[in-house]
Design a binder for this molecule. Structure first.
Ligand SMILES: NC(=O)c1ccc[n+]([C@@H]2O[C@H](COP(=O)([O-])OP(=O)(O)OC[C@H]3O[C@@H](n4cnc5c(N)ncnc54)[C@H](OP(=O)(O)O)[C@@H]3O)[C@@H](O)[C@H]2O)c1
Length: 264
């Protein structure tokens, strides 16, 4: 069976404004973050039910306030306190989400933490471990916890990455470059593993490399090719049935044309 023929979650694409994802069950790991929050917001705005795990109840409360949801949308926002990147707690979270939502049709993982060092040679082993922990290892754990639930419905999975995975911009960014380069290969390996699958347990895996600034202030966002909300929209579309036509597991998101292509 070719990738194009594989079964996908059965939610119909709809209008010019975006997919109607009423009934779509989503999880956004890192949904309290700069990028994740935009994905959560977009998914909720097109009718999906969205579970957002976070290690911080405070961040979840802040997110609920920022989203400014009407009472109906509020019922579709499921805050789940806990650590999805922890083996045991992650399993508990996924069990809870599965039992509340009845399963998952799509998930995005937008994880990380800026770890800077004056130079690579001046960095400590602890610094590198911190970067590996919050990018590579967190993605590994989250994928292992979440993808088995997506396998039940033939869902989709998007890992968010940044350009530092492919280039080092300054000595300070070397640690993040190293960790996110590993993350890129993790995404590639996951995608290849899924391509080798037959039948219903196939999960469509994409890596979205964002070439825009999100949460770095108005000026930086103005200079970026896509605005934060457009990035959220792109990922929501990619997770939906419309994303089934996107070729290649890695998308370098650099142009509004890519969004327009997916939206029409
Ligand atoms: N912001 C940008 O301009 C930009 C540009 C290009 C690419 N990106 C990429 O987008 C992704 C997210 O960046 P961001 O700016 O949104 O980051 P952020 O605002 O710092 O949010 C990161 C999220 O990751 C979660 N997280 C971090 N370490 C974790 C761990 N060990 N276990 C579980 N969750 C963990 C945090 O969840 P908690 O709620 O549990 O703390 C938080 O919600 C990164 O891959 C980054 O490279 C960002």
């Amino acid at each position: 069976m070719s990738a194009a023929d594989r079964p996908h979650s059965h939610h119909p694409p709809n209008s010019a404004t975006g997919p109607d994802l009423a009934g779509f069950r989503a999880l956004v790991a890192g949904g309290t973050g700069n990028v994740g929050r935009r994905i959560v917001s977009e998914l909720l705005s097109v009718g999906a039910t969205v579970a957002v795990p976070s290690r911080s109840q405070e961040k979840l409360n802040g997110l609920a306030t920022q989203l400014e949801l009407d009472p109906e949308a509020r019922t579709r926002f499921i805050a789940v306190p806990g650590n999805l990147s922890d083996e045991d707690d992650g399993r508990r979270i996924v069990r809870e989400v599965r039992s509340t939502l009845g399963g998952l049709d799509g998930a995005a993982a937008s994880l990380g933490r800026w770890v800077a060092a004056p130079s690579l040679l001046a960095a400590s082993r602890d610094d590198l471990e911190a970067a590996l922990e919050d990018y590579l290892l967190a993605h590994f754990a989250v994928a292992r916890n979440v993808i088995p639930v997506l396998e039940e419905s033939g869902g989709s999975y998007a890992l968010i990455n940044g350009p530092l995975a492919f280039d080092v911009w300054s000595p300070e960014s070397a640690l993040v470059s190293i960790a996110t380069a590993g993350q890129a290969m993790l995404a590639h390996a996951l995608s290849k593993e899924m391509e080798a699958r037959d039948g219903d347990s196939y999960v469509r895996v994409h890596e979205v490399v964002i070439h825009s600034a999100v949460g770095w202030g108005e000026e930086a966002e103005k200079r970026s090719p896509l605005k934060p909300d457009e990035i959220g929209r792109y990922v929501a579309l990619l997770l939906s049935e419309r994303g089934a036509g996107v070729r290649g597991e890695r998308v370098h998101l650099k142009s509004p044309d890519q969004l327009a292509e997916l939206a029409t």
